[in-house]
Structures are given as C-alpha cells and as structure tokens.
Design a protein around this ligand. Structure first.
Ligand code: ATP
Ligand code: MG
Length: 183
C-alpha cells in the first residue's frame, strides 16, 4: 500500500488547498529552512490520529491550524487528506475492493476533530483500527524521524517486541484482546 497524495488546506503553513503528489516509491522533498517540509510529515502523523500536540511540534491541537502571516489572516479550520493506493488489496476486509483509500481529518479552533474514510464520517478509532498492524499509524515505524534509529537500537526487549509485533501484523489482535479484557 502506497501513499499517493496528500491534500492539505489550512494546515500549518499550507493555508491554500495544496496537493502533494507521491508519484513513485522514492520521493524527496527539498526546500529552504522553514518552507514546510516537516509540516508535510506532521500532516501524515496528524491524520493517523496523533493526539499529542507536542509530537506535532505545537502546544495545543489548534496550533496545526494556519495562524496567519504578515499578508494573510488566520483561518478557522485545518483539513488533511491522505490518499492511499490500495491496488494490491493490502488493506483487506471491507476495504479490499477499494483501489483508493482516502483518510481525512479536520479540526476546528475549538479543538474538535472529525475523521472521514472515503468521504464518510467515522471515528478516530476506525482510522487507527484500519492501519493497526500495517506499519502505518501515528507512532509506527513507517515514519522514521530523527532519533528513532537510536531509540530502536537502545530499546528494551519489550519495546523491541512491539516493533516486531507491528511488522508481523499481530498488534491488531493484541489490541483487540486488551480492549476485551479491560471491558
Ligand atoms: P527545516 O529545513 O528548518 O527543517 P522545514 O522545511 O522542515 O524547515 P517546517 O518546520 O515544516 O520547515 O515549517 C516551519 C514553518 O511553518 C515556519 O515558517 C512556521 O511559521 C510555519 N508554521 C508552523 N505552524 C504554523 C501555523 N499554525 N500557521 C502558520 N504557519 C505555521
Ligand atoms: Mg524540518
């Protein structure tokens, strides 16, 4: 499964609707300091359900909304949509027949978020559920950020096991069991 494009509007420095295309398996994003490269990665993590503002380099969730510049007024909401190519049917179940899967998150200034799967409103949980065990997700290894390699190398045995369980696709079932046991 491959991320094929990201549509951003009102998210951090991307005030105007912007589509970032990922046409092949290897794409580099280049630009001067402060042009918004890391904001693109923050956008991916945010849509996946990241709920800690600090992990998105902000103090509160509303910090992801464009806060204005010398030339532009702030806006009221931020929206990001990730479009995945599911041509190989990697996402199974009810999603197997969808060639494309679009995951969207929208947030307003009051901090309330809405999530959408292929245009239909859903819960945050539906998004995290969808990607659990695929290696994607807000804190998964699909995004290797600064310091992560050393975190893996220095991980305790149980933390390391978490990475292997995600890669093997069993974290999904462990999460379900944990939920059942705590109910
Ligand atoms: P570097 O090469 O230094 O890592 P970068 O290209 O990764 O830079 P980012 O950190 O993605 O840059 O972008 C930082 C820019 O985004 C700053 O100019 C900052 O003002 C702007 N920015 C971040 N949040 C918001 C927001 N909520 N509203 C408006 N602009 C924002
Ligand atoms: Mg950066």
């Amino acid at each position: 499964m491959r991320l094929s494009k990201i549509r951003l509007a009102g998210f951090k420095s991307f005030v105007d609707p912007t589509t970032v295309q990922f046409p092949s398996n290897l794409v580099g994003i280049l630009g001067p300091n402060g042009c918004g490269k890391s904001n693109v990665i923050d956008a991916v993590r945010w849509v996946m359900g990241e709920s800690a503002a600090s992990r998105l380099r902000g103090d509160s969730m509303a910090d992801v909304i464009f806060s204005g510049s010398a030339a532009r007024k702030p806006v009221g909401q931020a929206s990001v949509e990730l479009v995945f190519d599911n041509g190989e049917g990697r996402l199974g179940g009810q999603w197997a027949s969808f060639a494309e899967i679009a995951v969207r998150r929208l947030v307003n200034r009051d901090g309330s978020s809405q999530y959408f799967l292929n245009g239909s409103r859903c819960r945050r949980r539906d998004i995290t559920d969808l990607f659990l065990g695929t290696g994607l997700g807000p804190r998964s290894y699909a995004i290797i950020e600064q310091g992560m390699i050393s975190r893996v190398i220095e991980a305790r045995a149980d933390e390391l096991r978490g990475f292997f369980e995600e890669a093997a696709g069993i974290s999904r079932y462990k999460e379900r069991r944990r939920e059942t046991e705590t109910r």
